[in-house]
Design a protein around this ligand. Structure first.
Ligand code: ACO
Length: 328
């Protein structure tokens, strides 16, 4: 008999400082009206100067471990999905592992852009299912504000900082992860990237060209997102042997309200079954889905036995959807 695997506990953390759309009007030529209409975003949380991605990740992890009733020493593995790690190396997961005192855990980062948390859940769930590990901490954490071009209105209004974490482990039979779909199309990598790296090592020229910041072709990413969110969700549902109408809640990646409503439409889900918080946090990349899940749990919106779907897309280009029967 195979093991059922699900989420044992959730935690999230967002930095205290809020930058509203009206504040953004003082930074670039934009307006609250434009940002609200095109994206649904009203504000974003921004990390304090002394805070980095591992600090946000750590805070979310502490809450998730408490919620799961799991001690750091019980963890077998820490995975951090991120596109804004503290350092190129060591991994942010290693920094979190050390700070938690998770001395029995292996640790690595997972690079799948905004799909990072859903990819991490896919990897972790299969490692527990196989019996290799028993308890895995997965975290989506970002300080995108550090890699944003604050003079480019096409991108800087879209992103925010935050972290969400989950402890993955064995759950009651019939509950937990029921269907997974993951994919990638590296041909679209050029539409959303941070160009500095080993191909383009740091120099005065790369700094002047702002190659260490996010470069994005918004329209191409938008076109990709609206078709892939529905497709990947339907594939995950098919693997779970479930119809969209059996879903109780959709947790889409929070990039843009128009992308979210289009995904809901493709799944014929009414918006009251879709968790939306892009207005409060903007796009927190890999952190957006676990923050949403954690908020829903805290609001009492998740009940044992609920069928939910996590539906993400991101840089790579990547996408992933996971169907779960909520087990808590
Ligand atoms: N304020 C005011 N005007 C702006 C702003 C702004 N912040 N940004 C762009 N504009 C202007 C543009 O310059 C353009 O003006 P022009 O017509 O004079 O050239 C006009 O608004 C329209 O721009 P578009 O790009 O056509 O606007 P669009 O409706 O496509 O919306 C947006 C842009 C919001 C970026 C949209 O394309 C989008 O959401 N794309 C997906 C982005 C995304 O999800 N990225 C994250 C992926 S996940 C990850 O891995 C990080």
């Amino acid at each position: 008999m195979t093991r059922a695997v699900g989420i044992l506990g959730l935690g999230h953390y967002v930095p205290e400082k809020i930058i509203t759309n009206t504040d953004m009007e003082k930074i670039v030529e934009t307006s609250d009206e434009w940002i609200t209409e095109r994206t649904g975003i009203k504000q974003r949380h921004i990390a304090a100067p002394e805070e980095a991605t591992s600090d946000l990740a750590y805070n979310a992890a502490v809450e998730a471990l408490k919620d799961a009733g799991v001690a750091p020493e019980e963890l077998d593995l820490v995975i951090v999905g991120t596109a804004s790690s503290d350092y190129i190396f060591p991994s942010t997961a290693c920094l979190v592992q050390a700070r938690l005192g998770a001395k029995n855990a292996a640790a690595f980062d997972l690079a799948a852009g905004c799909s990072g948390f859903v990819y991490s859940l896919a990897v972790a769930s299969q490692m527990v299912k196989s019996g290799l590990y028993n308890k895995i901490l997965i975290i989506g954490a970002e300080t995108l504000s550090r890699i944003m071009n604050w003079t480019d209105r096409n991108t800087c209004v879209l992103f925010g900082d935050g972290a969400g974490a989950a402890v993955v482990g064995e759950v009651e039979e019939g509950y937990g992860v029921l269907g997974i779909d993951m994919g990638a199309d590296g041909n679209g990598g050029k539409f959303l990237l941070q160009p500095a790296g080993s191909r383009n090592p740091a120099s005065e020229e790369t700094v002047a060209a702002k190659d260490h910041t996010i470069h994005m072709n918004g329209q191409e990413v938008f076109k990709f997102a609206i078709q892939i969110m529905g497709k990947t969700a339907k594939r995950a549902l098919a693997k779970a042997n479930m119809k969209p109408e059996e879903l109780d809640m959709l947790f889409p990646h929070q990039a843009n309200y128009r992308i979210i409503t289009s995904a809901a439409k493709r799944l014929k889900m009414p918006m009251d079954k879709v968790w939306v918080n892009v207005d409060k946090y903007a796009n927190t990349s890999a952190a957006s889905i676990p923050i949403a899940l954690c908020e829903a749990q805290k609001a009492g919106a998740l009940k044992k036995g609920d069928n939910i779907i996590l539906d993400g897309f991101g840089a790579g280009l990547t996408w992933a959807a996971i169907v779960l029967k909520w087990s808590k």
